[in-house]
Design a protein around this ligand. Sequence first.
Ligand SMILES: [Zn+2]
Ligand SMILES: [Zn+2]
Length: 326
Amino acid sequence: MLSEYRKQYFLNKYVLITPGRAKRPHEILEQSHEVVDTDFKCDFCPESLKKEELIKTYGNAVGAPQKAPAGKTTGLKTLDKSWSMAILKNKFPAVTPDNNKAYGVQEIVIETPNHHQKFSDLDEKNLTLYFEVLADRLIEISKDKKIEYVLEFKNHGSKAGASIKHEHSQIFATNILPPDILEELKLAQHYKVEHNACPYCDILKNELKGERKIWEDKLVGAFAPIAPEYHYEAWIFTKRHADNISLTTTKEKESLAKCLKHILGKLDLLNISYNFFLHQVVSYSDQHFYLKIQPRDTNIWGGVELGSGLVINSVSPEAAAKYYCQ
Ligand SMILES: [Zn+2]
Ligand SMILES: [Zn+2]
């Protein structure tokens, strides 16, 4: 198969797909070095959480956030451990509410009280809770009228920049809308005017009919995007046009959980580090919410990528989708 340039749908971004140099899944098995584990003193384990760092905890009951057990503990003493997920203040934030030159809020989502549990091993009920937690934090953080943009993301594995083994996600909210996101919004708006339809609704409908489809149920669909920047990149969409995670239903979150679990299970077999992202533009209320999973394996960007901005990817999205569907 010959190499070809592919355009990222309606965006002005191109990827050079080079299947001639394709690697089979086992060839991209990550030579991951274990993240240095600080078992003896992990800041995210329930016994080391400090009351002044804890924002909120969430229990087992889906959709029933629990307040931090205020009053039960004082000072640096141990807190109630009966939570499934917990929100902490970021200890080393790049943006803070008291800095007008770099305004924002940063939080950590601890996804399990168990230090050794893998995120992809959480059951569907807890993965559904995970999406409930992200929705709840988005609502809470967006109450601050200065916040323009909220990024909720996860780094898993050494190559994805996860420096702490205990599974967690991060929330980065700021008063600046990143230029790439603004550009995507503008082009999506342009598409809407021209086609009288949401570009992502159209993309999803088309991709679920083709060979890049990864997973589908009544409410959610996933596919390998036509011009992926990363090996085995996958996008997950709700079929219903919803602006952000807080506007999805519990049933949709359950489907998102099932789909995410399927995809991460496949990445686990390759022991690949990954990132995933949920972008929310607070000041704009008509995006089509989606989750972008970008595995971080051996597709290390070299001279072409750094010099020209053109990305080369040797695993075609059609081959990636086939792997996910096996
Ligand atoms: Zn821990
Ligand atoms: Zn849409």
